[in-house]
Design a protein around this ligand. Structure first.
Ligand SMILES: [Zn+2]
Length: 216
């Protein structure tokens, strides 16, 4: 059964607009956000400005999406312009990125678009751990009611959003799993505008096995 949610997939595709990036040397990071209830880290360390990157493009054209480490992604100026004129929700801000160096794997690449780093709103939307087939490993601990982390995740079979927790956000990170989830409307918006390198997989097909033995 299709949920209507999609997961934004990073990594290299080999397809049109295949682009990724690395934060430049000397990039500064702040603290990682913690859960107000249990104090666990609930995200990656905050990337502090100035946002300087090394861009790598494997295709004839630059992507409107570029992927970096830790689930971070950039979007093009064209994306920002269209997004700001849409009625899509979930982004709290776009910050301009300084491209320090570009590695081009193909010749025909022309002007580098201006890229922006995307910060998402805090979402109260939550994963349904049971329906997602989540398995937690050590340390066995109680699941925090706020952040929904219940120890290290060994694996999950699919990404299922707890329906009543979704308030209509079009792009968000659900509580309980660090993935970026998009609405059907968001995916259609990307297709309609022909954005390159936006790679989405139906949430019910997204599984992960971190290869950690559940042990004894
Ligand atoms: Zn918590």
């Amino acid at each position: 059964m299709a949920s209507g949610f999609f997961v934004l997939k990073g990594g290299s595709s080999g397809g049109d607009g295949d682009t990724d990036f690395l934060p430049a040397e000397g990039t500064n990071y702040g603290d990682a956000p913690t859960c107000p209830s249990c104090g666990r880290f609930i995200g990656m360390c905050e990337w502090l400005p100035p946002y300087r990157v090394l861009l790598e493009c494997y295709s004839d054209d630059y992507g409107d999406f570029a992927y970096g480490p830790g689930g971070q992604f950039l979007v093009s100026d064209l994306f920002v312009e269209k997004f700001n004129r849409s009625n899509l929700t979930g982004v709290s801000r776009f910050d301009r990125v300084l491209v320090e160096r570009v590695v081009r794997r193909k010749r025909r690449v022309l002007n580098t678009p201006t890229y922006y780093v995307t910060t998402l709103d805090y979402s109260s939307c939550a994963i349904d751990p049971r329906a997602s087939g989540m398995e937690y490993g050590h340390p066995p601990s109680e699941t925090c009611p706020e952040c929904l982390f219940g120890g290290i995740i060994n694996r999950y079979d699919r990404v299922v959003i707890e329906p009543s927790s979704w308030k209509g956000e079009d792009i968000f990170t659900p509580r309980g799993l660090r993935v970026i989830v998009c609405s059907q409307k968001f995916v259609e918006f990307c297709a309609h505008n022909g954005f390159l390198n936006g790679r989405f997989a139906p949430a019910e097909t997204c599984s992960e096995d971190f290869g950690i033995s559940s042990g004894a």
